[in-house]
Design a binder for this molecule. Sequence first.
Ligand code: 13P
Ligand code: SF4
Length: 336
Amino acid sequence: MRDIERLQQEIDQLKNELDVTIVAHYYQKDEVFEIADITGDSLELAKRAKESGSEWILFCGVGFMGQSVKILAPEKRVAMPKIACCAMARMIDSTYFDASVEAMKKAGIKEEDILPITYINSGAEVKAKVGKMGGSVCTSSSAVKIIEKAIKSGKKILFVPDRCLGQNVARMMGLKSAVIGIDSDEAIKEADIVCYNGFCSVHQLFTLKDVEFFKKRYPGIKIAVHPECDPAVCEVADFVGSTSQIIKYVKSLPEDQKVAVGTEYNLVHRLRDKNTYVLSSTKPECPTMNETTLEDVRDTLQAIKKGDVINEIFVDEDTIKWSKIALERMFEYLEE
Ligand code: 13P
Ligand code: SF4
């Protein structure tokens, strides 16, 4: 028996003995993805993990994802087989958030006219700041709906931390955007959406040159990308959507339709057939998503069994209170 199968069996046995739900994001390695009870994009995982009946959630993903489950369901115990952090989420903390509010004030916008929206790829402290200012969380699949709702308030949106997602949503909605630290005070004052200058280094790997290459090589090919990609790439793509939305789009295409996909390698590789390509000449892997191994999952389950878990997620009460408000506002907006 192969090592992978042996480990997967060990994990199954431990899972049967324990009150644990294993959750995995689409970007996890195949062998880890296969043993999960719940899989999905970041919105689906947050929703479904909080509703699961188990005492323990074993989250195979990056830190903000496990943390979001802990915030939404503080009574649950959440452990991560590897404490792996999303590099984009690490680009902003509460100090940088406050500095962004100050930059907008310096450009002539009053604090009471600012409504912050944070991408779920951010830490609990940033979500709490957003919650306190009356703002909401969004995910890549819910960003348009949340910003449509937020813009109705008549306020200026401060969008953190992903510049590309903010700029892409602004373009799709016909709104003006500006980036703090890049654009002038006048441009910031004029903009409907003011973006923090954070980004995902994995999604920056997809370039216009890659699009040109695939279109020239395979005339008629479709291009599908994640909204964390550069706005110039999203503008020429046939489809822009979250990880789940990309999967649905690719599966909806006729069998002989070629498509090049611009998102993390593990997801695209799983979709791969003779007509589905990775939109890159490199291997666009998210380094931290790829950190989690079957050994880590097995070891964490054994630690739960022994009552000796080291990778458990904790968030203090006040941060839970305000970040939960920001996360739940997203669910309320989506239901309205
Ligand atoms: P999704 O919301 O599409 O799952 O994306 C999360 C993410 O981190 C993409 O890089
Ligand atoms: Fe974060 Fe980018 Fe990895 Fe997604 S792909 S988890 S945004 S670093």
